[in-house]
Design a protein around this ligand. Structure first.
Ligand SMILES: [Zn+2]
Length: 942
């Protein structure tokens, strides 16, 4: 699954450039006390399903009357008990049964015996487990058939077999049925052993009205008129042996761009937008098969389709052979879709296709090991896309998007280990789809690749897939596969310790690399990196860490990322150098999952190198690492803000997207804390970005790289937001002619238009939104709405969010722009959310979503009054939020921590900005005089 979270971001264009990959979210802890015992959430293993034969008939027509948005179901499940038992436990949710029976499977050619009805059953609403009692016991090692006839609901909550809709070109609402079964929703479509370890084959039959067509995981093998007038029965080929959460079906009026085995489905109006996903999908699937030495079509499913679904809860889903996506995560219009969105679409396609091997063929045994699926999918999201789209420098983007973003979350007590044995309840399951499984999983996998070397790593993965195909997997299997191919020269005896210390423990180390004053040695030690003191996190954890480094005297500089040694827990390692070195930088290209601190003189030496031509040859990943580590070390109190701000002044010369992304992420935290008083920061950031701003401007050129285009988006966004008169005036100029704004600067132009404008500008964008036929552009437009600043317009956007005009799947992201785009909006939006929290809960589908919104807004509070407002709200209405009340309470703690942090540290930042202002004013005056002199000289020459 491609998990989407509410990204709390500073600027709309930032969120588009990173396209949902960044996850600076508030992680919600599941409740501690539960009515049901944790073990009760799991099925026992004494009955294994062998195959399912499922037949479904949805009701989607107006003429279906009271049956509309329900479905009829019938399923035969072949099971094999390993011990004699009279109780059959399986999952079922919101299904109503008219028949539940079983019989022993007869030998081929023998008639089936008379079925036996199941006796009384008992359903647990917490666990969704139905306990059926067999009047006569099922004998061990004997095959039985379970048979159920039932009805179910097609709800609009985007889970199970659900309903979705769109309005076609003739203004007619079209309904469709689609599925989302991960993590635990197959049970809403058919009774099932709904855990990933219970793999079986599936035969699917779908009955549809003639105006619809259907799709499922495998190839359609028969379609014939059914006994019901106007209906057809579609029969699908048996699937490979797979988990329940990977089954899928769609009943719709979609059309497909297709060849014999690969297709892209979308609503008819969007057919033209299926060309790019078709092209890139075919290529990535081929490249992945080559890399893993296992062709997709050889794995038991001879077709692959991808479908764009109007309402979709996740970003995308890896159903075997029928990948489903949000429309904006799949469809591309060459004239309107930005490069960032195109990249994101290719990346999501690669992510889902990588799951065909990591997830579908070899599957995590239980959601405790979600990272065995999602870590690899996230890894190939970058490295698989890069096999086809070679100009996007994805291996560099990986560092800022993945490694650095998860490190922030993995350094507080709110984190969890990659392999988390404490995983039982639905709340636990959804937690496992957080940035630990995705970003940290992928970052850990990349660290192992650099430790083993690419070729050993690759053949180890090939062996892993061959050995465990069609089976569930656990982390030990992956470790074993890596160890079998681990080169002796690369610290084989530490492989298990490295693996365990990063997968079973939370967090990561801060490596202290202490260069001796004579330059002849460096002493390496470690300590867990924690952002906050005393938040309950275990500060004593130690890790086994592959360490790479380069020094002022290393000839290969930043090219060689192979670790030089393994730092062991509780052991300091001292490395000697002759001749003496002037500086050291550890974690080459940020291939390791750790931060580094140095002596103050080493930091200053790094600063000096960065100020030389071409940044002294320091790799852009390491420039980004230096910036990110400096911000976080200062925030945690390991170094002073003055040191951080001193070294990052080098950014005045920086023109690369990678380090600038780290810088903007660091500044985001600080600017939120500044609240409404950002004028000194405005002067500072304009001066810092001056070179990049002048070099990139508003106009794209043919020599621009992808990263230049992304950097332009960011620089313009920050310059305009923080008051650059030139930027604002140019952006407003573009806004005058909305139909001709170049696509890659649209986010900035739309946002500036609304921030600096009023009702007229809002109406112009709103009209464009209502007429829009490209999903990516529609998303960009609705995510710009939040840039408004007047109370009347803030209320207008808020009402839009409450209405059906913004789809449920998009409400939280549109709402987040309303308080992230302008610091001044934080209090007004908090007031609206708390006044209308009941309506909002209704619109967003529950109180937990509203609690998350309140918590995200509160994370931006800067005053005592705001804290008091939150406390008052919680006291008066908190109990209405049920289990999500904990989210509200912990939001109070976060606000208090932020206020404490600001009281202790913000003063340093403010006085730095004030001094910088006077300093830069002098520099600017000086440049003005120089410019005047140059013009005079030029004039005299003529
Ligand atoms: Zn995924």
């Amino acid at each position: 699954m491609y998990a989407l979270r509410v990204a709390v971001l500073l600027a709309a264009c930032v969120s588009l450039a990173s396209a949902g990959t960044r996850q600076l979210d508030v992680e919600v802890q599941p409740p501690v006390t539960l009515a049901t015992e944790l073990a009760d959430y799991r099925l026992s293993e004494h009955i294994s399903p062998v195959s399912y034969n499922i037949s479904l008939r949805p009701y989607l027509l107006e003429s279906d009357a009271t049956k509309k948005f329900t479905f009829d179901g019938e399923v035969w499940i072949e099971i094999y008990p390993s011990e004699t038992t009279s109780s059959v436990h399986l999952h079922s949710k919101n299904l109503t049964y008219s028949l539940s029976e079983y019989w022993q499977k007869p030998a081929t050619g023998v008639a089936a015996p008379t079925p036996t009805r199941f006796g009384a059953n008992q359903t647990n609403d917490d666990t969704d487990i139905v306990k059926l009692t067999a009047p006569t016991a099922l004998t061990a090692q004997t095959t039985y058939i379970l048979h159920f006839v039932y009805t179910g609901l097609m709800q609009d909550d985007m889970h199970g077999f659900y309903r979705s809709s769109y309005v076609d070109d003739n203004n007619v609402t079209k309904w469709l049925g689609s599925t989302q079964f991960q993590t635990n929703h197959a049970r809403r479509a058919f009774p099932s052993f709904d855990e990933p370890q219970f793999k079986a084959t599936f035969d699917v039959t779908l009955k549809r009205h003639r105006t619809f067509n259907s799709a499922s995981n495998t190839r359609l093998i028969a379609s014939y008129p059914s006994d019901e007038e106007g209906y057809y029965t579609d029969v699908y080929k048996t699937t490979p042996k797979m988990s329940t959460y990977l089954l899928a079906f769609i009943i719709s009026e979609f059309v497909a761009r297709k060849d014999d085995n690969f297709g892209v489905f979308a609503r008819p109006e969007y057919y033209a937008q299926t060309q790019y996903p078709y092209n890139v999908g075919v290529q990535i699937l081929k490249e992945m098969g080559d890399y893993l030495d296992k062709d997709y079509y050889s794995m038991g499913n001879d077709k692959m389709d991808m479908a764009a679904i109007p309402d979709f809860s996740a970003g995308a889903m890896e159903n075997w052979g029928l990948l489903t996506y949000r429309e904006r995560s799949l469809l591309v219009d060459d004239s309107a879709t930005t490069l960032a969105s195109r990249q994101s679409i290719a990346a999501v396609v690669a992510h889902e296709q990588a799951h065909m091997w990591f997830g579908d063929l070899v599957t995590c045994k239980w959601w405790s090991y979600t990272w065995l699926n999602e870590g690899f999918a996230r890894y190939f999201q970058y490295f698989g896309t890069a096999m086809v789209e070679k100009d996007w420098e994805l291996e560099k983007q990986f560092v800022v998007d993945q490694v650095q973003s998860v490190m922030a979350m993995d350094s507080t007590n709110a984190t969890n280990p990659l392999s988390d044995e404490n995983t039982y309840t639905p709340a636990h399951l959804s937690r496992m789809f957080n940035s630990i499984s995705y970003n940290k999983g992928a970052s850990f996998i990349r660290m192992i690749k650099h430790t083993m070397g690419e070729e050993f790593f690759r053949t180890a993965l090939q062996d892993y897939l061959k050995k465990y195909e069609y089976q569930p997997s656990v982390p030990e299997y992956l470790l074993g596969a890596w160890q079998a191919k681990w080169p002796n020269s690369s610290y084989n005896d530490s492989s298990e310790a490295i693996f365990k210390s990063f997968t079973t423990q939370v967090g990561y180390p801060l490596i202290n690399a202490e260069l001796a004053s004579d330059g002849l040695s460096v002493r390496f030690t470690q300590k867990r990196f924690l952002l906050k003191e005393n938040d309950g996190a275990d500060a004593d954890l130690k890790y086994t860490v592959p360490i790479s480094y380069t020094t002022s005297e290393t000839t290969t500089k930043f090219a060689n990322s192979t670790p030089k040694f393994i730092l062991k827990p509780d052991v300091a390692t001292t490395v000697s150098f002759t001749p003496a070195i002037k500086w050291i930088v550890a974690n080459v290209q940020q291939t390791g999952y750790y931060r580094v601190n140095y002596t103050e003189s080493n930091w200053h030496a790094i600063h000096q190198v960065l100020n030389t031509a071409d940044w002294g040859g320091v790799h852009e990943n390491n420039r980004a690492q230096i910036v990110d580590d400096l911000f976080n070390l200062a925030r945690a109190g390991n170094i002073t803000y003055n040191l951080t701000l001193d070294v990052i002044e080098y950014l005045e010369t920086e023109t690369n997207y990678i380090p600038w992304t780290s810088a903007f992420n660091g500044f985001s935290y600080l600017t939120i804390r500044l609240g409404n008083d950002t004028s000194d920061f405005g002067t500072y950031i304009q001066s810092l970005t001056n070179k990049a701003y002048n070099q990139l401007g508003f106009n794209e050129t043919s020599s621009d790289t992808a990263l230049d285009i992304y950097l332009r988006t960011k620089i313009l966004s920050w310059a305009c937001r923080y008051g650059s008169a030139d930027c604002i005036s140019k952006a407003k100029g573009y806004f005058q002619s909305l139909t001709t704004v170049p696509k890659n600067i649209r986010a900035t132009v739309y946002c500036v238009g609304l921030r600096e404008g009023g009702a007229t500008e809002f109406q112009a964008l709103y009209d464009k939104f209502k007429a829009e036929t490209v999903a990516t552009e529609e998303t960009l437009l609705q995510n710009s709405f939040g840039c408004v600043k007047t109370q009347a317009l803030i209320e207008k956007v808020f009402d839009l969010i409450l209405s059906d005009e913004i789809r449920k799947q998009d409400k939280s992201s549109v709402l987040s722009t309303l308080y992230t785009e302008n610091n001044e909006n934080v209090s007004p939006v908090f007031a609206l959310v708390t006044q209308k929290y009941e309506q909002l809960a209704d619109a967003m589908g529950g109180y937990s979503a509203v609690a998350t919104v309140i918590s995200n807004i509160a994370a931006r509070f800067t005053t005592q009054q705001q804290l008091t407002d939150l406390q008052n709200f919680n006291r008066n209405y908190g109990s209405k939020f049920g289990t999500s009340q904990a989210t509200l309470t912990s939001a109070e703690e976060t606000v208090q921590e932020n206020l404490n942090w600001a009281a202790a540290k913000l003063g340093v930042f403010r006085s730095y900005l004030a001094n910088y202002r006077s300093g830069s004013a002098m520099v600017n005056a000086f440049s003005a005089i120089s410019l005047l002199l140059v013009s005079l000289v030029t004039m005299l020459r003529h």
